[in-house]
Write a protein that binds this ligand. Structure first.
Ligand SMILES: Nc1nc2c(ncn2[C@@H]2O[C@H](COP(=O)(O)OP(=O)(O)OP(=O)(O)O)[C@@H](O)[C@H]2O)c(=O)[nH]1
Length: 290
């Protein structure tokens, strides 16, 4: 039996029956290699081969787990390849209080009047951690709405403002606008978070936010069935993909959407008294920063 320093060392730690097998294989390999007269000892060669096999196996095992970690990040990305923009988009029907909210959230020149806007109003919002986000308020009427798909594609989050004093009369129109927003490709695929803000709570004639939620869910449920026949409000969307809101065969609920849709109420510009801090909105914005 051929002697080898490595085998002698193994002899000290391995049981005799295992050593027997190792010796047998060793001698077999040694006899195979002998005719080649290699300038390297069989045990060194085997050790090198064993190390190589060990490296390959650990690469496969740990290398793939490394990939797994990447794919978790990847999954977050794959998770609709989320790469949202950095604009807080304020939307809603005319007179809802969008510009009032923009003024409240930003430190823009308060000279921007809270009367019917024709073009978008812009400002900057500084988050708790000093991140600067642009804020845009898109008028409820007019040409600015045509540029909405582009604005939405760069949105970080959406605040949809409702005039709580006129909601009952305007609920269908509100739902139609929301439907267009929620079925917008960017909003749907990037799962842009939406906050529905029931505004003008300082006035007596406002509606309870729970009621707003229920009415909107009912209206959106109807719209899912009839929408094919209704004109698209956001315009220029001939190639708009078919996006079905919620779960087919189940009454529509905001919970069924891929987006996080939250509700809140308050006053963007109370007619009397102190300007109420709109903490819910600020918390919402903070929670949407990726
Ligand atoms: N009482 C009260 N009035 C508000 C509140 N928010 C806004 N308003 C008033 O509602 C009116 C409309 O507000 P805007 O901010 O101009 O509304 P908007 O949504 O920007 O309207 P458009 O520019 O037409 O799209 C103004 O007279 C505001 O002062 C609120 O919280 N309480």
């Amino acid at each position: 039996m051929k002697e080898s320093a490595i085998l002698n060392q193994l002899k000290g730690v391995l049981p005799p029956h295992i050593m027997e097998i190792i010796y047998f294989r060793y001698n077999q390999i040694d006899s195979y290699l002998k005719p080649y007269n290699l300038p390297i000892k069989t045990d060194i060669l085997l050790l090198a081969l064993f190390t190589l096999v060990f490296i390959i196996i650990s690469k496969l095992v740990f290398g793939s787990s490394g990939n797994k970690t990447r794919s978790v990040g990847g999954r977050a990305n794959n998770d609709k390849k989320v790469k949202r923009g950095n604009t807080i988009v304020i939307l809603g029907l005319s007179n809802a209080g969008k510009t009032a909210l923009l003024l409240n959230l930003t430190n823009v020149d308060k000279k921007i009047a809270t009367h019917t806007s024709i073009t978008t109003n812009n400002g900057a919002y500084i988050t708790e951690n000093k991140k600067k986000l642009s804020v845009i308020d898109v008028p409820g009427n007019g040409k600015a709405k045509a540029s909405l798909p582009k604005i939405l594609s760069n949105s970080a989050c959406i605040i949809y403002v409702i005039d709580g004093t006129t909601f009952i009369d305007n609920s269908t129109q509100e739902a139609q606008y929301l439907y267009d927003i929620l079925t917008n490709e960017s909003v749907y695929q990037k799962k842009i978070p939406v906050l529905i803000f029931n505004n003008k709570m300082d006035l007596d004639s406002t509606i309870d936010t729970e009621q707003v939620t229920n009415i909107l869910e009912r209206e959106l449920d109807d719209l899912r069935r009839t929408r094919g026949a209704t004109p698209i409000v956001l315009g220029q969307e001939e190639d708009k993909k078919d996006i079905y809101l919620g779960i087919e065969g189940t009454p529509f609920q905001f919970d069924h959407l891929p987006n996080d849709v939250q509700f809140s109420n308050g006053s963007a510009a109370p007619s009397k008294g102190e300007l109420k801090e709109i903490e819910d909105i600020k918390n919402f914005i903070q929670s949407t920063i990726l």
